[in-house]
Design a protein around this ligand. Structure first.
Ligand code: ACO
Length: 321
């Protein structure tokens, strides 16, 4: 069975945090943050606002924008590294909030690649004939797990959510995908509340994000370049036939380096890093939604989504708008 992405909505919390917020509490400045990351603003959730709240508001936005019906959704996937709790799943909270009967529900943990993993899973569920309409949400409240004493990482992250519906369709708009993981590099990016070990290396169980920025940066650029090339070959579409590239927005310099190496025009690369920071699983749908809203992305445009993050893992897929 063929599938298409039929609706999209997003939500970001009300509180806008510009770089001066960090200037007041850390040895950093607006110039460094803009030059090294591209980030101007990000949004932080309120103390009593959690990932499920952001998911529910993104779904409400999806319903309003597309006049969509979610009552007949038969599977809900939430991609997040910051669930309200380990169980029940955030997806179950969304199901309850919209009273969607008979929906399978699960959360997936694939960090900033989670939204793309969600699309790939939804396509598979529909292709198997098991499901017809899948709601996928990439959502994070990373502000709750940043370490405000670590200036190299806390300035990067923001909160947000993006929701899409993937449904069975006569014409296929979701093409080939590639997933790959280098678990051996896992200790370079982690978030844990247990003092466990990754690859034999003891980690801090403080429920804060820990990141080896330089190592992740290097891995991200080479992985994105390799996977985008592989994906365009797999889909038999030369990169000059791709209308938009939407990689995970982790750092503007990563996107610039990837576009330069691929000889892909940076104007055709959509990002959400400048105005939202790194929103992990939400960054790709936020960039896509804004591209649609501004009128840049047109019906039938060919788009490559390329997610990468903690794992270290990557997932890329080619779709038609
Ligand atoms: N303000 C001022 N100076 C700073 C700051 C700051 N906020 N942070 C670091 N510096 C300093 C460092 O101390 C260092 O100083 P030194 O030269 O005197 O030692 C200098 O700036 C350079 O530090 P680097 O760490 O080399 O800076 P870099 O250019 O690598 O930028 C960054 C750091 C922004 C973290 C970058 O490495 C990055 O974006 N990495 C990738 C992040 C990523 O892709 N994450 C994956 C996805 S996230 C997920 O999955 C949840």
């Amino acid at each position: 069975m063929s599938a298409t992405i039929s609706a999209i909505g997003i939500y970001v919390p009300d509180t806008k945090i510009d770089n001066s917020y960090f200037e007041k509490i850390l040895d950093t400045n607006d110039t460094w943050i803009r030059q090294r990351t591209g980030i101007i603003n990000r949004y932080f959730a309120k103390e009593d606002e959690f990932t499920s709240d952001l998911c529910i508001k993104a779904v409400k936005n999806l319903i309003e924008n597309n006049d969509a019906d979610v009552s007949n959704v038969d599977f809900i996937i939430v991609a997040t590294s910051t669930p309200d709790y380990t169980m029940p799943s955030v997806a179950s909270q969304v199901q309850a909030s919209f009273n969607i009967s008979k929906a399978g529900c699960m959360d997936i943990s694939a960090a900033c690649a989670g939204f793309v993993y969600g699309i790939i899973l939804a396509k598979g569920l529909i292709a198997s004939g098991a499901n017809k309409k899948v709601l996928i949400i990439g959502a994070e409240t990373l502000s709750k797990v940043i370490n405000l004493e670590d200036r190299t990482s806390c300035i990067l992250f923001g909160d947000g959510a993006g929701a899409v519906i993937v449904e069975a369709s006569a014409e296929n708009h979701i093409f080939q995908s590639i997933t790959e993981t280098e678990g051996i590099l896992g200790q370079n990016l982690y978030l844990s509340n247990l003092p466990a070990a990754i690859n034999g290396q003891k980690i801090t169980g403080d429920n804060k994000i820990h990141q080896n920025g330089r190592a992740v940066f290097k891995w991200a650029v080479s992985t994105l370049v390799e996977k985008i090339r592989e994906l365009s070959e797999l889909n038999e579409r030369k990169l000059d036939k791709v209308d938009w590239l939407i990689p995970h927005s982790a750092n503007l310099r990563i996107l610039e380096a990837v576009c330069e190496t691929l000889d892909f025009p940076i104007e055709k690369c959509l990002e959400s890093i400048r105005n939202y920071g790194n929103t992990s699983a939400a960054s790709i749908p936020i960039a896509w939604f804004n591209g649609l809203k501004s009128g840049k992305v047109k019906p039938d445009d060919i788009i490559i989504f390329a997610g990468f993050g903690g794992g270290l893992t990557s997932a890329s897929i080619c779709i038609q708008n």
